[in-house]
Design a protein around this ligand. Structure first.
Ligand code: IMP
Length: 429
């Protein structure tokens, strides 16, 4: 494995944290390239669950260098809390965790505006994590953002914060009737943050270029999932960054010519947290069974995730926009014991059959899934370690997914622990 991008191929929460943790053994650098602390990557360390929001999950491997690229938006308070949580667990980050000087900062006004907007939207709300992600990326594109390098230079920071706060305070007052933020208090807080973040700040494009020239293996860790990508997802029910493979290029400054592989992570079924269309949702009984069995509650917000059958229309779309060469299937064990398993192979709407994922929200909201049905398996899979250990019908299910998707499955996960993994082709683990 050389330079590899690993992304979520559904609506996020596919279990990328565990896969990154496995691949970290063969990686020298692990890089986040988009999103912020809306992400929640859970890693099971011998029964101890660690949830990381900002910092790449690779930090748990002491020899890997972790990088937060320019495409990430950083909540400094949340970042320091995570560093402190790791310190309490005996994991030091100094000298092996770096943040791009071009990364944009999430400020208190971003979080507040995210919350106020969601409250005002009523039925039209996105169901965001309320971490200020959308407003921060909005400011970036509007050229009203403040980057870490701006914070490093207090002259620049003072001027930009003054200018931005003027606009934010007017907006808070006029639209939301909310009290304004004090420039003095905010300036003081961030000047203190500045001292603490300084040792982590680097030109990370240069750092990665040097690593690549030394033939170090770089793993790009996607957050959220392709269907939440601001361009390729179910807009407007998406996050505000490019969660697909393309985001790794713009979000780090690494040339596309230096990427050798793109791997997609899927669950053996589908889940979604937040609002937006979800064609293959389970009927209520099955929904609560899978929610409980699969512990389908958001790692960041604790909200229950909607769950449904594997949607091959969704994953085909991910294969297309990411160029996936391999797929990793997570949480196969959650389907143990079901009498029948369904795979959605197309949608039907107003007499038309859709094999490729449509952009039109109306089609998505009313699409009827076209299912293939397979027999389930009644034996537990969580002890399986090799292909031959899996029940015959589980193997059939996986082979059928490969046939429909035309992409090989490299790895299957049957539990949250590292050891509960079945390597299919030996290429990843
Ligand atoms: P935001 O990223 O907080 O703006 O939220 C936008 C949408 O993305 C909402 O539907 C969120 O629930 C969803 N979302 C954001 N981060 C994640 C994640 O890490 N996993 C799953 N869904 C997410």
């Amino acid at each position: 494995m050389s330079n590899t991008i690993l992304i979520g191929a559904q609506w996020g929460d596919e279990g990328k944290g565990k896969v990154i943790d496995l691949l970290a053994e063969k990686s020298d650098y692990i890089v986040r390239f988009q999103g912020g602390n809306n992400a929640g990557h859970t890693v099971d360390l011998g029964g101890n669950k660690v949830v990381l929001h900002h910092i790449p999950s690779g930090i748990l491997h002491r020899k890997t260098v972790c990088v937060i690229g320019n495409g990430v938006v950083l909540d400094l308070g949340a970042f320091f809390e995570e560093v402190e949580m790791l310190r309490r667990r005996g994991i030091t980050v100094r000298g092996r965790l770096f943040v791009s000087d071009r990364a944009h900062i999430i400020f208190d006004y971003h979080r507040l505006i995210d919350q106020l907007r969601e409250e005002c939207q009523g039925r039209g709300k996105i169901g965001t994590t309320k971490r200020g992600i959308g407003p921060c990326y909005g400011d970036k594109v509007n050229r009203l953002g403040i980057r870490l390098c701006d914070l490093m230079n207090l002259n620049v920071f003072r001027e930009r914060l003054k200018m931005v706060l003027k606009e934010k305070n007017a907006m808070l007052k006029k639209i939301y009737r909310h009290r304004p933020f004090s420039f003095t208090a905010m300036y003081r807080t961030y000047s203190q943050y500045r001292r603490r973040i300084a040792p982590f700040v680097r030109n990370t494009s240069l750092l990665l270029d040097q690593a690549d020239r030394k033939r170090k293996r770089i793993l790009f860790e996607g957050a959220q999932g392709t269907l939440l990508d601001v361009d390729h997802g179910t807009y407007p029910y998406v996050t505000s960054s490019n969660a697909s493979a393309g985001g790794a290029i713009a979000g780090t400054g690494m040339s596309p010519r230096r990427i050798s592989d793109v791997i997609g992570v899927v669950k053996a079924y589908t889940t979604r947290v937040g609002e937006g269309p979800f064609p293959t949702i389970f009927p209520p009984d099955l929904l609560s069974h899978i929610q409980t069995r699969g512990e389908e509650f958001g790692a960041t917000t604790g909200r229950p995730r909607r769950c449904g059958w594997f949607d091959a229309v969704v994953v085909r779309h991910s294969i297309l926009v990411n160029g996936l060469s391999k797929i990793v299937v997570m949480k196969l064990d959650v389907l143990d014991g079901l009498p029948k398993i369904k795979i959605c192979v197309a949608y039907r709407y107003r007499g038309k059959r859709y094999k490729h994922f449509p952009a039109d929200l109306e089609v998505l909201e009313h699409a009827q899934p076209v299912y293939q049905e397979l027999p389930g398996w009644q034996t537990p899979t969580h002890e399986a370690r090799r292909w031959g250990d899996l029940p015959m019908n589980a193997r059939r299910y996986l082979r059928q997914l490969e046939t429909i998707l035309k992409v090989p499955i490299a790895l299957v996960s049957v539990g949250s622990e590292r050891s509960q993994t079945v390597s299919i082709d030996g290429t990843l683990w």
